[in-house]
Design a protein around this ligand. Structure first.
Ligand code: URA
Length: 184
């Protein structure tokens, strides 16, 4: 049967494929425009996202919004989701088994959205979607290929909160992403 956003959301929100379903408040499916050409993919929901069911609404999300605004991208015009749809306890890194259990939801989101650009937010997303050996400090801002779709990675906004010295590089990467969008 043909896939649809409704079918996918319904399966995802009742998913019991890994133990994170036991501790989630909400499945954090994704937010934004389902006709967008641009997809942002973070790591996993945090506490605020688990409570609200919406990705990137906490401090890291606010910082992401500032960068989007700074380069003239409206949050409502892009689609934002995560590798994991449920929150790992104490915000620990996703386990490979959790990523394996969850990745089909993202793959189906990509198939439905058919984005023209994908932006990984942070190394976890880049290591899953670009290359297992991805080094965020060396390779952020470079362009790669994801099944025919141009893909890049930027620093995770939570990292920028911990290490503000990287904010200049983040702005340059976001400005370059903006230029790529203008060329679509
Ligand atoms: N960090 C992420 O990677 N995703 C969110 O949704 C929130 C914080």
């Amino acid at each position: 049967m043909k896939d649809s956003w409704e079918k996918l959301y319904s399966e995802c929100s009742s998913c019991r494929a890994c133990p994170l379903c036991e501790t989630r408040t909400n499945c954090v499916f994704g937010v934004g425009s389902k006709c967008s050409d641009i997809l942002f993919v973070g790591e996993a929901p945090g506490d605020n996202e688990d409570k609200s069911g919406v990705p990137f609404v906490g401090r890291a999300g606010k910082l992401l919004d500032e960068y989007l605004c700074e380069v003239g991208i409206c949050r409502d015009n892009v689609y934002i989701t995560n590798i994991l749809k449920c929150r790992p306890p104490k915000n620990r890194d996703p386990l490979p088994s959790e990523e394996d259990a969850c990745i089909a939801y993202l793959e189906r989101q990509i198939a439905l959205l058919q984005p023209k650009l994908i932006v990984c937010l942070g190394r976890i997303s880049a290591m899953r979607l670009i290359s297992r050996n991805f080094k965020i400090s060396r390779e952020h801002g470079l362009w790669f290929d994801y099944n025919g779709i141009p893909i890049t990675a930027v620093y995770h906004p939570a990292l920028l909160l911990r290490d503000p010295r990287k904010k200049g590089e983040m702005l340059i990467d976001m400005q370059n992403i903006r230029k790529r969008i203008d060329e679509i």
